[in-house]
Design a binder for this molecule. Structure first.
Ligand code: AHR
Length: 343
């Protein structure tokens, strides 16, 4: 678009005194504006955000099947009144296509701002561009989108979230210590295609690869869900009775795995060491009970952060492309005094 306008202006300068040229310029600029409304280009500026109250904010949740998701949604509901937001909320029930259509309907309703955790990196990237084309600014929280399609700072304001690779590193570091560097590990992965699953796997696998006594003997998705984690663990326990450790990409799958391990007549925390990510109340209770070894916190409380970013952005402040959330770490050494942080 910028190119088209520049070319039209150059053409007009050279044809200055010809009346037809003036009309052509008007046509080219008009066409350019029309195309701009229809299709955003990579070099177009980010849409502005109004400073009015209330601000109509669309929050499109991925699913509500675990305490982490419920805490995330609660965090937005709680901040809405303080931030002057009138929330439009949807729940995609674990479906990428529903999350996309939920967001498209918010775009059609002309919300002032869109905030959402993209369920998977690739399927949710194009709708970020659609929002930009419609002039609606977007803040991504929790999970990110495919950066080869939509880029933070260019196509959406920012990504607010944890460093999932670092979470994987921290989980692996704990497991290496807890097992003396010798373990046969089952990895329960999160939702396939989600940035949380991709990066937690990457981080964990990187550390394990540097420890020759540690082997990942099986790695399979449990979709971040407790019952799926239990079912996958049940099957993998039969195929790999020699397993000595489990790395689950979230607490819910770890709790499912604990149920499967007990059902198989083994003792979680003794026969099999377990490390996970989230820091839910259920996870902390399992650490206190000695069944779960450790959980790296992944904070779901994005509401106040998104409010702050939106207000600063509306005032014209430059926002970093990643607002990084720092996370705690829980194991038996600090679980009792950390119970207040469980959700
Ligand atoms: O994206 C964050 C992950 O998604 C959380 O670890 C998990 O519990 C949730 O479903």
């Amino acid at each position: 678009m910028a190119l088209l306008n520049k070319e039209a202006r150059r053409h007009a300068r050279t044809q200055k005194n010809r009346p037809l040229a003036g009309s052509l310029l008007a046509l080219a600029v008009g066409l350019g504006a029309g195309l701009g409304a229809m299709g955003a280009h990579a070099d177009d500026a980010l849409p502005k955000l109004a400073t009015k109250t209330p601000l109509k904010v669309g929050f499109a949740q991925t699913e509500s099947n675990n305490p982490w998701r419920l805490a995330e949604t609660r965090s937005f509901k709680e901040v809405a009144a303080k931030c002057g937001w009138q929330l439009v909320m949807t729940d995609a029930n674990g479906s990428n296509s529903k999350q996309v259509s939920d967001i498209q309907s918010m775009i059609a309703q002309h919300v002032d701002l869109l905030v959402f955790p993209p369920r998977e990196e690739k399927p949710l990237a194009p709708v970020v561009l659609q929002a930009k084309k419609a002039g609606i600014p977007v803040i991504l929280v929790d999970r990110n989108v495919d950066q080869s399609v939509a880029v933070a700072g260019r196509d959406y304001i920012t990504f607010i979230g944890s460093d999932f690779i670092d979470q994987g590193h921290r989980a692996a570091d704990w497991l290496v210590k807890a097992t003396g560097g010798k373990a046969k590990i089952i990895e329960l992965e999160g939702t396939t295609g989600a940035s949380a699953a991709n990066d937690r796997k990457k981080g964990f696998d990187e550390i394990i690869a540097k420890n020759p006594g540690m082997t990942i003997i099986a790695s399979q998705s449990g979709d971040f869900a407790r019952d799926k984690g239990r079912q996958v663990m049940e099957t993998l326990l039969q195929a790999h009775p020699d397993v000595t450790a489990v790395y689950a990409h979230n607490d819910e799958m770890a709790l499912g795995a604990i149920a499967a391990i007990k059902a198989a007549g083994k003792q979680p925390g003794k026969d099999i060491q377990i490390v996970t990510i989230d820091g839910t109340k259920g996870g902390l209770d399992a650490i206190a009970a000695g069944e779960l070894g450790a959980s790296v916190q992944s904070s779901p409380f994005f509401g106040p952060l998104a409010c702050d970013v939106a207000q600063r952005y509306a005032k014209g402040e430059k926002i970093p492309t990643w607002v990084k959330v720092s996370d705690r770490f829980y194991d038996k050494s600090n679980v009792q005094q950390s119970m207040q942080y469980g959700y």
